[in-house]
Design a protein around this ligand. Sequence first.
Ligand code: TRP
Ligand code: CA
Ligand code: ZN
Length: 324
Amino acid sequence: MQLLPSGRALTAGAVAVVTLMAGGSAAGAASAPVHPATPTGTAAAAAAPDIPIANVKTHLRQLQSIATANGGNRAHGRAGYRASLDYMKAKLDAAGFTTRVQQFSASGRTGYNLTADWPGGDASQIVMAGSHLDSVASGPGINDNGSGSSAVLETALAVARSGYQPTKHLRFAWWGAEELGLVGSRYYVNSLGSAERAKISGYLNFDMIGSPNPGYFVYDDDPTIEKTFKDYFSGIGISTEIETEGDGRSDHAPFKNAGVPVGGLFSGADYRKTSAQAAKWGGTVGQPFDRCYHSSCDTTANIDDTALDRNSDAIAYAVWELSQ
Ligand code: TRP
Ligand code: CA
Ligand code: ZN
């Protein structure tokens, strides 16, 4: 925190005062700390916070416990799915989000999407970030996709902790029945009228972002969203590649098909790491990015903490950058 010459703390509300002084002739301000000039009437861009990896991992342990207590999975139509959704919803409600549970039916079982709106911002410009919350029936789904689900949750909680008030409206989402063929996200997109769909400025998708032999893949869709993620990674000195392991294989596809700008991150599934990829990212050549993809060993042990941390911070960076 900076101090004004008078000793008053520099808060967001005091920024305009400092700006006027810096641009004007305020005598005696020569020894004031240098403050970056801000165009009059425009708030300084808020910087994204660092997402605490410890918090993301706490959510992953909770999802693992939920799977363990419910037959080893968190799959569509099973008790472990509903318990996963209730865990997310309780955290979001307590943080001040407006949550909504949307029910649908798939394969004869009830499924649920969860959305969480952060009050405020321009309702005609909505930035969305989402992840699928269901696992396959054969395992607990910690990398696929507890990783994306927990990182998006922690980003939402960081919005609340920082009291962030972006220009645009923020909405976070957790999809059901992705593993049955993108059922929940397609149901959601279809449930919006075309007027509501047109208000979504961008949808950011996170499906598998802590793969144990990780790559750093950015979706090659909307150029602005893609550039935002690439800027984050170049800023921390990590090279990225375009995601090629099956375009349209996750919940961004229904949004993209409806004309919404989309983007996202991915750390790899069952494709194998090449020697060129191992040279830049480390890890094991010739092995899958996630050898436990869709299997019972997709547990809390199946996570690379560094990849999960970088991708979580990249999510926060993009949510902040794209909403102001
Ligand atoms: N969506 C797939 C799943 O959940 C994983 C996956 C494969 C994927 N290829 C992808 C996710 C490309 C994002 C991008 O099983
Ligand atoms: Ca972090
Ligand atoms: Zn997935």
